[in-house]
Design a protein around this ligand. Structure first.
Ligand SMILES: [Zn+2]
Ligand SMILES: [Zn+2]
Length: 279
């Protein structure tokens, strides 16, 4: 095998393709979330901040350093995925006609529901004494998360997080667009879960169907306590397995009451007649 053509014609384009894909996905999720919530809206959503104080710049530096390593791991794994796709071991397809539009729309929530189960069980496994230090401890160095905590992984955890994609592609016929949609939802959900702001209506958590969706507070409590609330998209697994924090709903109620009290105090201050200085 000649080294130069192997690199220029085979490996090079795959590395570039991987870098382009992974860095766009990362920027799309974490930078956009950071920019919108922490820079543009932070004054307006002050009462939605889950915990104070706001993490220091030093923490964000540490998270960015490890996020860069995570993107590198993902790019390296993308190369194997391209190779495996060429060998035809995945059920990825391009033509909607292959499985029909109904399957296209069913496959998206199915991939998300299965990812939630994969995430819950691998997450719980990484919290066991045997695996914690080598896999998940780095992620928990962000005690009070920021959107950049999303990719703050040790290399071993990055591999575990990534493995859902090839496993799912081997088992489930997936249109390229469906995969792209699921990966986009995944990174946005990840960045939001670590954003430190409760962006969802807090009352949802007590409603029958909307209560199945995890709020930002759900994962924030996981970082605060270092255990419990292991789920990603849904509250199902934590409720079935008894790992949901017992005061999760109460915590949301407290936030809601605090936000209402602050708003009421501000309204009252505005209505109070201004003191006119004596001439
Ligand atoms: Zn954890
Ligand atoms: Zn986390």
């Amino acid at each position: 095998m000649e080294i130069l053509p192997f690199f220029t014609e085979y490996l090079g384009p795959r590395i570039l393709g991987g870098i382009q894909f992974e860095s766009t996905r990362y920027a799309m999720g974490t930078l956009v979330t950071f920019f919108v919530l922490w820079i543009v809206l932070h004054r307006f959503i002050e009462t939605r901040k889950i915990r104070k104080p706001t993490p220091r710049a030093k923490q964000i530096q540490m998270e960015l350093k490890h996020s860069f390593k995570t993107v590198c791991v993902f790019v390296a794994m993308d190369i194997f995925i391209f190779e495996a796709a060429d060998l035809g071991i995945f059920q990825k397809y391009d033509d909607f006609a292959d499985y029909g539009m109904l399957w296209f729309w069913v496959s998206i929530p199915l991939l998300i529901i299965l990812h939630d189960a994969y995430f819950y069980w691998t997450h719980r496994a990484m919290h066991t004494a045997k695996l914690y230090k080598r896999t998940h401890m780095q992620h928990h160095r962000s005690h009070n998360p920021t959107p950049f905590t999303a990719y703050n992984f040790a290399a071993a955890e990055a591999v575990i997080e990534y493995m859902y994609v090839p496993i799912a592609l081997m088992l489930i016929p997936t249109h390229n667009l469906a995969l792209y949609i699921v990966l986009s939802i995944m990174i946005f959900k990840n960045a939001l879960a670590h954003s430190g702001y409760e962006v969802f209506p807090r009352t949802w958590a007590r409603l029958p169907v909307l209560g199945w969706l995890t709020t930002v507070t759900h994962h924030d409590m996981h970082h605060e306590r270092g255990t419990g609330n292991f789920g990603f998209y849904f509250t199902w697994w934590d409720r079935w397995m008894g790992t949901e924090h017992p005061n999760y709903l109460q915590r949301l109620d407290e936030q809601e009451a605090r936000a209402k009290a602050i708003k009421a105090a501000r309204r009252a201050a505005k209505k109070r007649p201004q003191m006119v200085p004596a001439e």
